[in-house]
Each structure stands twice: as structure tokens, then as C-alpha cells.
Design a protein. Structure first.
Length: 171
């Protein structure tokens, strides 16, 4: 959901393999995105530069600043995607701060209600995910819905070899 590059995700401690891609875990991916942006802001000094580096990478932005001999992204020639990135983020910030100002008047009853979830710890091991779901009162489809970071389960078998996992289930 945050379009975190695989290497960056791994650098920030996310598990990314054939069956698990924690870049799809809303909580963990959001924390990584925030940590990255805070680190980039510390490195470049501004949120605008941090947001450009989120799209281009810190090294890529730093190299562009150095090679073009400029100090700010506003003086930097960037590819089209990166140059628009900051303005897209700024637009979303303004929209979230005051949705009514931009014609987004969503009534309380139209809003999606949050689902209360609980964590269950799954120790290292091999699991049949259909049985795991059933044991917890869910269908396989529901298990996947609440845990979108579980990928490639065509065999319905989860091999959790690295560490214990935390599954999200409805309370």
C-alpha cells in the first residue's frame, strides 16, 4: 500500500519472501513508511525533499542534488513521476485536513466502520491455512482478508520458518 521497494522493506525489518510480504501489512508498512520519511527528513532537512526521496530513493535524490549542484528539490530537474510526487502528497494532506473544503462531505453513516481485530501468535512451523482459519472461526477467504500480507498460498500451506507470525483476527 505504500509502494515500499523490496530492499528498503528488508532494511527496515519486513519479511518478504515467497509466502509472506509484510509490505502488505497495513500497520507494519505504515510504520516503515513513517520511519523512512522521518529519516529522509533528517537527512535532507525538509518534508518536501523527504517526499521526493520516498519516490526516488535517498541515494537517488542525493546524487541528483549533487550532480545538478543545487540545494533544494525546487531547483532540481527530476523525472516526471518524482517531480509530481511531492505535490500529490501535499494535496492529500490538504484533503485530509479539510475534506469538506474540497467537496468530500462524507456522512458518519456512510463511513466504513472499523473492525476490531486481535493478534494471535503463530509459532514457527508448517500450517494448513484452511485448517488454521477454521480453527479460528474463519474461512480461508476471511483469513486472507484480515492478513493481506499472506501471499502465494495456492497450496494452502504456510511454511513459517523464520520467526513466529502475528495474525490479525476479528475479536
Amino acid at each position: 500500500m505504500w509502494q515500499i521497494m523490496g530492499q528498503t522493506g528488508k532494511e527496515y525489518g519486513l519479511t518478504i519472501n515467497k509466502q509472506i510480504d509484510q509490505r502488505r501489512d497495513p500497520e507494519k508498512a505504515t510504520k516503515v513508511a513513517c520511519d523512512y520519511l522521518k529519516k529522509a527528513k533528517g537527512k535532507f532537512g525538509t518534508w518536501s525533499s523527504a517526499s521526493a526521496s520516498y519516490n526516488r530513493g535517498m541515494n537517488g535524490l542525493n546524487n541528483a542534488l549533487t550532480k545538478q549542484n543545487v540545494k533544494t528539490i525546487y531547483d532540481l530537474y527530476l523525472n516526471q513521476e518524482t517531480s509530481r510526487y511531492f505535490y500529490r502528497i501535499l494535496s492529500l494532506k490538504l484533503l485530509f485536513e479539510n475534506p469538506g473544503r474540497y467537496g468530500f462531505d462524507v456522512k458518519e453513516e456512510e463511513m466504513i466502520k472499523p473492525i476490531s481485530l486481535k493478534d494471535i501468535i503463530i509459532p514457527k512451523g508448517k500450517y494448513n491455512t484452511v485448517e488454521l482459519a477454521k480453527k479460528n472461526g474463519l474461512t480461508f477467504s476471511e483469513l486472507k482478508k484480515y492478513n493481506p500480507w499472506l501471499i502465494d498460498l495456492r497450496t494452502y500451506e504456510l511454511k513459517n520458518a523464520d520467526d513466529s507470525l502475528i495474525l490479525k483476527l476479528p475479536k
